[in-house]
Design a protein around this ligand. Structure first.
Ligand SMILES: Cc1cc2nc3c(=O)[nH]c(=O)nc-3n(C[C@H](O)[C@H](O)[C@H](O)COP(=O)(O)OP(=O)(O)OC[C@H]3O[C@@H](n4cnc5c(N)ncnc54)[C@H](O)[C@@H]3O)c2cc1C
Length: 317
């Protein structure tokens, strides 16, 4: 079922969902199941599976370091199919521009059709670790808008080199990213919102936001988006802080601000176990306020470990 249909069916009740990251190549999928199992009692209608782009790995060869470009966390679509089959849940593969040609993207989307995966998140992806700015892959897309267009074209039967007259067209429900504190490269929140509007005008059906720790930022973002004519569901993304290092890492990687109360509470912790408790408590408060404000879904960034997301879900769902 489409995410938008799940939201409609819930008739105003807030749904629970989460995002997982594929394991590093060679690791068992069982570890992933072990983390998902405890969350299934909260009946997520959908689970997102991220896609990581290629990165350089270094191997020693004849006393020299050999540099190779590889995808260390492959398997997004395989995991989506496997979770769908194992838990009877909708899965949302993240489709990214970086590292993929348009042909490869088309191939992936056709696989999604055969697997009856009806939802996809269309994202640009970040720059490669060693690059300062995002460089489009040769034969790939530069912006998520172009990817949304490609998916929408396929929904209309327009493939890269053919127009297919078919009675069995796909109708992917398309999610896109939104940034309550603006995307790091955008010159202003307003210009970033204009880009978001373009994605929606081109066919995006819903928005999932970057993590944020101050609900006020989300509420203002939704208000500004509505004023701009963005009328699709906007799903907040919530990340419980789990280690002290997050105080510096999250602002650096995701360009988000942390409220002073949260910083003080984390700094007062003596162990990361205590930090985890602070993170859960903060996320519960955030989630309750968002639910009371009527958000359609609370979407959690689980980052591989589910105990904290379970503790939050227990209080809300
Ligand atoms: C919910 C969520 C899930 C994510 N999942 C993944 C994942 O699985 N894998 C991964 O690698 N990354 C993921 N990301 C990170 C995301 O890929 C990065 O934040 C990336 O830098 C931007 O992606 P985007 O889709 O928002 O890009 P875009 O919408 O293309 O925007 C990128 C930047 O370009 C600007 N822009 C857009 N269009 C134009 C234009 N035509 N001209 C000039 N400027 C323009 C925007 O304002 C913005 O600053 C996720 C992010 C979110 C919020």
């Amino acid at each position: 079922m489409k995410i938008t249909e799940h939201i409609k069916k819930a008739k105003g009740e807030t749904l629970f969902s989460f995002e997982i990251v594929p394991p590093v190549k060679g690791k068992s999928i069982q570890e992933l199941y072990n983390n998902i199992d405890p969350l299934m009692e909260f009946k997520p209608p959908f689970i997102d599976v991220t896609t990581s782009r290629e990165e350089y790995v270094y191997k020693e060869k004849d006393g020299l370091l050999d540099k190779k470009l590889t995808r260390t966390r492959p398997g997004t679509l395989g995991i989506c199919a496997s979770l769908k089959h194992k838990y009877d849940v909708d899965t949302v593969p993240h489709v990214i521009c970086g590292g993929f040609t348009k042909e490869e993207t088309e191939y992936l989307l056709v696989d999604c059709q055969y697997l009856e995966i009806e939802n996809v998140m269309a994202l640009r992806g970040d720059a490669r670790k060693e690059e300062k700015y995002f460089t489009p892959t040769k034969g790939g897309h530069q912006y998520a808008t172009e990817l949304v267009e490609q998916i929408q074209n396929i929904n209309e039967g327009n493939y890269l080199h053919d127009t297919i007259e078919s009675s069995d067209l796909s109708s992917f429900c398309i999610g896109v990213a939104g940034y309550p504190e603006k995307h790091m490269e955008a010159p202003s929140l307003q210009s970033d919102l204009k880009r978001l509007k373009q994605k929606v005008d081109l066919g995006a059906d819903y928005v999932v936001t970057q993590m944020f720790f101050d609900n006020q930022k989300f509420f203002e973002f939704v208000e500004a988006a509505r004023e701009m004519g963005i009328n699709v569901p906007i799903i907040p993304g919530i990340k419980p802080i789990a280690v002290k290092r997050h105080l510096h890492l999250l602002p650096q990687v995701f360009r988000v601000d942390l409220p002073q109360d949260l910083i003080d509470a984390v700094e007062a912790c003596k162990t990361n176990k205590e930090v985890r408790q602070v993170g859960v408590k903060w996320a519960i408060q955030q989630s309750k306020e968002l639910r009371d404000a009527g958000v359609p879904v609370l979407h959690y960034y689980s980052m591989g470990k589910s105990d904290n997301v379970k503790a939050i879900a227990k209080e809300l769902f």
